[in-house]
Design a protein around this ligand. Structure first.
Ligand code: FAD
Length: 301
């Protein structure tokens, strides 16, 4: 349980971290909260010759509001996201998701950027960031680019990140009159999601659904948008019956994972049940116009 020897680097700025990653090339691995990478190193599933510890780069720890958006630095910890008033107010489903991760120790050290870059198929954030239509800023020493959430997750523990690139910021739109919710059935041993579903809904003045997004994690090899569910809800009044009918398509076309804890069929069943419940909760959380307007006011935090 002792990792192989490595050289430790602790850059203080983003520019120096990006330079180091460029210089060291494939021999380097980024260290953020260490909650996934260090266990892998102790088990010798990863043996990087160089570790570039980015955890002291304070500019990557910021959470702030800019017009119409919530901007979250990649080093924001799960605990910060669970408790920050600006997150609880503007993206309560994200705070809710963070609160479901591991235990307090893990939440104090683990970061949103580390979780997304690691892309465990049972991690919680991917479902919610798909449902909230997040975009990710990726940077290397040459510059930056933006990738939308549904193009970021590419396969089992594989993302759009290129060698030498850092995930630096997660950006969320903060529209009014949207309700969102995350629900999870945890693996009884690890706490990761056997299935986790995030739903976000918006309605117009007549009560018809104008937007529906559903992100599902833990069920397949990669977190996914349940497009058939979304299409079955948009344009309709989100009654219990409509949402239940739509939710039945939550696992359509998905090759579900199977392991000691849950068969593929049980995971598909969980996806359908949690999708129905998350949609109902999201609908019930859509704020009345007056509260939504207050929510959209500029915020200093
Ligand atoms: P690290 O472990 O430091 O890094 C993980 C990977 O991401 C490494 O490959 C690293 O090189 C790369 N990386 C890190 N930051 C960046 C970046 N900014 N840009 C590019 N690459 C980067 N997760 C859940 O979702 N749900 C759970 O219920 C859950 N339970 C857990 C229980 C335990 C006991 C433990 C130990 C972990 C658990 N986790 C769970 C995982 C946890 O969320 C981790 O914090 C997370 O997966 C990794 O974040 P980190 O900051 O620790 O990243």
């Amino acid at each position: 349980m002792i990792p192989a020897a490595f050289t430790y680097h602790r850059p203080k700025t983003l520019a120096s971290a990006l330079r180091l990653l460029e210089t060291l090339g494939p021999d380097a691995r980024v260290l953020a909260g260490g909650q996934s990478l260090l266990p892998m190193m102790k088990l010798r599933l990863a043996s990087p010759p160089h570790l570039v510890d980015i955890s002291r780069i304070t500019t990557l720890q910021r959470i702030r509001k800019s017009p119409g958006r919530l901007r979250i630095g990649a080093l924001a910890t799960h605990w910060m996201l669970e408790t920050a008033p600006v997150v609880r107010r503007l993206a309560p489903a994200l705070a809710e998701t963070a609160s479901f991760i591991g235990d307090v120790q893990v939440r104090n050290l683990g970061t949103i950027g580390g979780s997304l870059a690691h892309a465990d198929p049972a991690a919680d954030y991917p479902a919610t960031l798909l449902a909230l239509d997040a975009e990710f800023e990726l940077q290397d020493h040459r510059g930056s680019r933006v990738v939308v959430a549904h193009e970021f997750f590419r396969g089992l523990m594989t993302t759009a990140l290129r060698p030498g690139e850092l995930l630096t910021e997660i950006r969320l739109p903060v529209p009014a009159r949207v309700g969102a919710a995350y629900l999870k059935m945890p693996n009884p041993a690890s706490g990761f999601a056997l299935a986790g579903v995030s739903a976000a809904l918006a309605v117009d003045a007549d009560g018809r659904c104008t937007m529906a997004r559903v992100g599902i994690t833990g069920v397949g090899p990669i977190a996914y948008r349940a497009r058939a569910v979304e299409e079955a809800v948009v344009g309709r009044e989100p009654t219990d019956d409509t949402l239940a009918t739509a939710a039945a398509a939550a696992a359509d076309g998905v090759e579900a994972n199977a392991d000691l804890f849950a068969s593929a069929e049980y995971r598909r069943h969980l996806a359908r049940v949690l999708t129905r419940r998350a949609l109902v909760l999201a609908r019930d959380r859509i704020r009345p116009r007056r509260q939504a307007a207050r929510r959209a006011e500029p915020d200093a935090s």
